[in-house]
Design a protein around this ligand. Structure first.
Ligand code: HEM
Ligand code: ISQ
Length: 146
């Protein structure tokens, strides 16, 4: 079964909740660094600060990542596949030293952040919808890295 209208709606509604509160961007980074402390030096906007602090840059980058997963859900629903618009994305991630296990870390951080953002609205099918959208996008980026 392909990505359903219901799954798209679940991703849409929790994406709105994520956007409403900048602290979720901080949470997202914090979880990534807890799982992969060595990733800190990879991010230009993190490597010089002792801890994850809120900044417009951090927020913009995190929102972009979540926004792309949201867009991936829309694409999966519309066409069944994910096309990455930004042709430089593969090269950026290679250059930063990103490897496959990092994609698992970012996925787990994304799902935990969505769980926090959706609060009592959280349910397994909501999480699964985000996971499917993320996996579609991650494989498109990994393909671009090869
Ligand atoms: C840069 C998205 C996975 C680490 C970027 C950029 C985008 C992006 C759009 C360009 C700069 C920006 O606007 O933030 C994504 C998406 C991913 C993904 C959608 C998964 C579906 C990963 C993974 C890692 C990673 C698994 C490893 C922990 C980085 C780093 C940069 C970057 C270090 C450069 C940031 C900087 O210093 O400017 N990513 N990324 N990304 N990404 Fe990812
Ligand atoms: C880019 N790629 C992956 C994860 C990220 C998290 C926060 C900001 C930018 C990112």
């Amino acid at each position: 079964m392909g990505f359903t209208e219901k799954q798209e709606a679940l991703v849409n509604s929790s994406w709105e909740l994520f956007k409403q509160n900048p602290s979720y961007s901080v949470l997202f980074y914090t979880i990534i660094l807890k799982k992969a402390p060595a990733a800190k030096g990879m991010f230009s906007f993190l490597k010089d600060s002792a801890e994850v602090v809120d900044s417009p840059k951090l927020q913009a980058h995190a929102e972009k990542v979540f926004g792309m997963v949201h867009d991936s859900a829309i694409q999966l629903r519309a066409s069944g596949e994910v096309v990455v618009g930004d042709a430089t994305l593969g090269a950026i991630h290679i250059q930063k030293g990103v490897v496959d296990p990092h994609f698992v870390v970012v996925k787990e951080a994304l799902l935990e952040t969505i769980k926090e953002a959706s609060g009592e609205k959280w349910r397994q099918e909501l999480s699964t919808a985000w996971e499917v959208a993320y996996e579609g996008l991650a494989s498109a980026i990994k393909k671009a890295m090869n």
